[in-house]
Design a protein around this ligand. Structure first.
Ligand SMILES: Cc1cc2nc3c(=O)[nH]c(=O)nc-3n(C[C@H](O)[C@H](O)[C@H](O)COP(=O)(O)O)c2cc1C
Length: 408
């Protein structure tokens, strides 16, 4: 029989952890977060429903978003064992510049709606992590303001083709003047996608005070306090606009844009040019022929054409089409560093994320974005080591197996 005794205080003392020093509300919200999915839950608790849904949601029945996440969930990683992984270096080169991770914080519109710290918070976290950040045309911080407030960050600028070509040229000049290192043209947005959650929530920009939002404010006081006590929420690069996101896209974006416009942009911008939203090998070849230095295989996070193909599965054909004429990146559905490693093993130079860092921003401003970067970076390092690989360049396609998916 086991001999038991009543424990003495001296035996218990080493097991008792001192209470955490006071962390403040943001610290308390972030302390238990261990994954991007946890960060998503923390974001859901802080942000009003319409704001969370704008970020979290996608177009139509959200089939593409679900399929993208399922594709990553179906990835099997096959380790090589007995390799020296005492020092793992996940850095790589993106458009000729060193990046500490094969990761880019992608462009996302209206970032200050998630948290008043907005784009500068994301840029600072990207700078601390040593990765590029892409400011969106639909950003809530201007090209000049962001460059001035976060010196030393590797900033890219994302452009849409405007009905007013003069406005496009103006952006290109401003981005060059402010030292943005690359220009990204997004080509998957000729018209707005049907984002049903936004329609159901009646989301307007800026958020309007209705009975529903006032009731919601009672449940999300921190977010509303933040909104109402900081400078007004507006698109920094656009004239004052009030209406829905779909109305805005409709008014501004040009459905007549063609490859000739890309050629025009190529001549206007001297630095590296990235085309985002390519979804087939034919289009990848066309945009590289027109002068793109890199393509992002992307469907806008499933927010435009629902049922668009899964970028991870389009990666191989696109790589075969462009060969070594352009860098190829991928995005959509990435929720962990292991997803990033899988994308790189399958041939992507880097992966972009949108929601992953926006969940962090919504949950805790800059600290939340840093948490997202730390989770992804830590995960990438651990996954590489467990795969028996000490550098991204040593990742091979046979480190990854794609399990066939059951649902459609
Ligand atoms: C809230 C939100 C706003 C976005 N705004 C833009 C934008 O202004 N320009 C753009 O090219 N892509 C935009 N995107 C798409 C992202 O750049 C990226 O392609 C997508 O988020 C990748 O999928 P993920 O969110 O699952 O990582 C946005 C995505 C989200 C979630």
């Amino acid at each position: 029989m086991t001999d038991r005794h009543i424990p003495k205080m001296a035996e218990l003392a080493p097991l008792l952890r001192p209470r955490r020093p006071s962390l403040g509300p943001t610290g308390r919200r972030l302390a238990p977060v261990a994954s991007i999915w946890d960060l998503r839950e923390a974001a859901r608790k802080r942000a009003p429903r319409a704001v969370f849904d704008y970020t979290d949601g996608a177009a139509g029945e959200e089939r593409t978003l679900a399929r993208m996440r399922e594709a990553y969930a179906g990835v099997e990683l096959v380790p090589s064992v007995l390799r020296d992984v005492s020092s793992v270096d996940p850095s790589t080169t993106i458009l000729g510049r060193r990046s500490e991770l094969p990761l880019v914080f992608g462009p996302t519109g209206f970032t200050r709606m998630m948290h008043s710290e907005g784009e500068p918070a994301v840029a600072r976290a990207a700078r601390a992590t040593g990765i590029p950040y892409v400011l969106s045309t639909m950003g809530t911080t201007s090209v000049e303001d962001l460059a001035g407030r976060v010196p030393g960050a590797n900033l890219w600028f994302q452009l849409y083709l405007w009905r007013d070509r003069g406005a496009g040229s103006d952006f290109v000049r401003r981005a060059a003047d402010c030292g943005y290192s690359a220009l990204m043209l997004t080509v998957d947005t000729p018209v707005p996608g049907r984002r049903l959650r936004d329609v159901r929530n009646g989301l307007t920009i800026p958020p309007s005070l209705t009975l529903r939002t006032v009731l919601d404010a009672a449940l999300r006081p921190a977010w509303w306090f933040d909104l109402l006590t900081t400078s007004p929420l507006e698109f920094a690069s656009l004239n004052r606009f009030e209406g829905t996101v779909a109305e805005l896209i409709d008014r501004m974006f040009d459905p007549t844009a063609t490859i000739a416009d890309l050629e025009w942009l190529r001549s206007a911008w001297k630095g590296p040019l990235v085309v985002k939203g390519v979804q087939s090998p034919e289009d990848a070849r066309r945009v590289v022929d027109a002068g793109a230095d890199a393509v992002v295989v992307s469907n806008h996070g499933g927010r435009q054409l629902d049922r668009a193909p899964v970028p991870l599965e389009q990666l191989r054909p696109v790589l075969d089409a462009v060969g070594d004429r352009a860098e190829v990146y991928v995005d959509g559905g990435i929720m962990s560093g292991a997803d990033v490693v899988a994308a790189v093993a399958l041939g992507a130079r880097a992966a972009l994320v949108g929601r992953a860092y926006l969940y962090g921003l919504m949950a805790g401003g800059e600290r939340g974005v840093r948490k997202a970067a730390d989770i992804l970076g830590g995960d990438i390092r651990t996954t590489l080591a467990l795969l028996g690989v000490s550098r991204c360049a040593d990742l091979r396609a046979d480190h990854v197996r794609l399990r066939s998916r059951s649902s459609g």
